[in-house]
Write a protein that binds this ligand. Structure first.
Ligand SMILES: *[C@@H]1O[C@H](CO)[C@@H](O)[C@H](O)[C@H]1NC(C)=O
Ligand SMILES: [Cu+2]
Length: 246
């Protein structure tokens, strides 16, 4: 009985391992900025598993070659849409049941910015990050997570607003999905992120408190070690600091 349970659990884990994802495209006020343009696209769709590793900042350092040198202009207050896919693909892959990400991969979508001098060349180590967006379990009755919006219509898209008070200038934008299906113990939750190279224009004068990656997350955070399957989730505490309020 115990062995059978272990076997089926192992099968579940192997099955779900195929549903990974990559952040690879961005739209500003609905305008497509181009596939893999202005984004440090991870060279693998495998998740980062350990919050203490340097990869937790902007994913594996060997970004999908060639890494874009573009910097995307983002007016403060603009609508940003990101696009995720299971593999590297310019659009939805209708033949891939796990595109944009396997439906098992429930969890939050979170976005941070770090001020840099040159977004195209900035080293993601030792930056100071502040959170500009977060969404977790947004519909308890329907058990709907931010990731379900990414999966919606298989589009891989997620939309949020660049806060108006973010100061003008260049940033790395760390955009993240945390998949909680393995999160009953740590390490188990899967961290998917990519960093976009952006230039905020027409910004404000916020001076938000900052955190480091690694550093902002602990394996013991209630939003990281999280029992997704039982009991049925009634709340979820998104990890990291408070979102910037303008
Ligand atoms: C950022 O935007 C400002 C204001 O439009 C512009 O002067 C500057 O050249 C831009 N920088 C980059 C790297 O695009
Ligand atoms: Cu996965």
């Amino acid at each position: 009985m115990k062995a059978a349970l272990a076997t089926s659990l192992a099968a579940l884990l192997v099955g779900s391992a195929s549903g990974h994802t990559i952040f690879q495209k961005m739209y500003v006020n609905g305008v497509d900025q181009g596939h893999k343009v202005g984004i440090r696209v991870a060279s693998t769709n495998n998740p980062v598993m350990e919050v203490t590793k340097s990869d937790i900042a902007c994913n594996v350092p060997s970004y999908a070659a060639p890494q874009s040198t573009a910097v995307i202009n983002v007016p403060a207050g603009a609508s940003i849409t990101t696009e995720w896919h299971h593999g590297i693909s310019a659009g939805p892959d209708s033949n891939d049941g796990d595109d944009p990400i396997a439906s098992s991969h429930k969890g939050p979508v979170i976005t941070y910015l770090a001020k840099v001098d040159n977004a195209a060349t900035a080293n993601p180590a030792n930056l100071k990050w502040f959170k500009i967006q977060e969404e977790g379990l947004y519909d308890v009755a329907g058990q709907k997570w931010a990731v379900d919006k990414v999966i919606s219509n298989k589009a891989g898209k997620y939309t949020f607003t660049m806060p108006k008070c973010v100061p003008s200038g260049q940033y790395l934008m760390r955009h993240e999905i945390i998949a909680l299906h393995g999160g009953a113990s740590y390490p188990g939750s899967q961290f998917y992120m990519g960093c976009a190279q952006i230039n905020v224009t027409g910004g404000g004068s916020a001076s938000p408190a900052t955190v480091s990656f690694p550093g902002a997350y602990k394996g013991s955070d209630p939003g990281i070690t999280y029992p997704l399957y039982w009991p049925t989730p009634s709340s979820y505490t998104i990890p990291g600091p408070a979102v910037l309020k303008c």
